[in-house]
Design a protein around this ligand. Sequence first.
Ligand SMILES: *Cc1c(COP(=O)(O)O)cnc(C)c1O
Length: 356
Amino acid sequence: MNTRDLSDHTPYRAGRGIEEVARDLGLDPESLVKLSSNENPFGPSPAAVEAISGHAERVHTYPKAAHTDLEAAIADEWGVDDRQVWLGAGGDGVLDYLGRAMLDPGDSVLVPDPGFAYYPMSARYHGATVDQYRLERSDDFAQTASGVLEAYDGHRIVYVTSPHNPTGSEMPREEIATLAAETDSETLLVVDEAYGEFTDSPSARALVDERDDIAVLRTFSKAYGLAGLRLGYALVPEQWADAYERVNTPFAVSLIACHAGLAALDDDEHLERTVETVRWAREYIHDNLAAPTWESGGNFVLADVGDGETVAAAAQEQGVIIRDCSSFGLPECVRITCGTRETMPEAIEAINGVLD
Ligand SMILES: *Cc1c(COP(=O)(O)O)cnc(C)c1O
């Protein structure tokens, strides 16, 4: 038999893992520095690790109470009602829930180009067609309401990433408010704040009180260091918050993920150390990389190295894994994730050696 026609669907290409690269190069995984997937170089919150082992013996039970508790804790953090928190298996899982709740077959969505590959994938699974709006390199990938509106034509969902992956640019909250106001009342604006902890700019969360057509996406994968656990959430307007019960996969977030998330939310020390180090590392990269870089609000920096594929491959030979941005449509660029004060100097030196 055959699957349905999936020719419009493209597989997601993740950055390569340390073990994979080490095996290919015949190197010790310990000797490699992975700066390709925007992961937390400090690892998970230690409190989360403790919660994970502490609840291991409870995994024969469904995560009913844990799910409720995590929703309540996140709601408390943001000052919204518990129902306005939609948990999912990573931010990606939550994008699917928003698609399930909003998209009818034949609807269209608008995504950024360059941009995050899962928006179009998720929208297509839900029968939607995909159009793009451009972030222009000549404008340093600036994000404005008018830039998006140029391409807007009544789309059902418009995705905005701020801080943006892979460029690091941001859409100021006033611009997001303008964009929401200028689009139809039946257009949902998804503001993806996967990197929200790393910027000083305010969250779009306040707009969720004012409007019923904005959802804010957050994740535990980046600042909290829980990418492997798959835990994310959306803050959605009260008006349609109840739709979650109709679209979510039962127990989509595991018992372990719920407890780890609860512990991580309480671990301010890990979060502060992570954010502080990212700020330092961004500056370090801007100041020391022998290639032009762009301002970034995220835990990564985009750099113009001329030929991203060649430079990433050569850096990898030197034990530094960075992300070639060809798949984002930026073949001249690499994206370098912020590492620690211990790893960055050597890593940047190795990349500079390659650029030489
Ligand atoms: C990492 C990322 C996400 C969410 O990733 P999850 O691991 O699924 O939570 C969402 N959007 C962007 C732009 C990202 O880079």
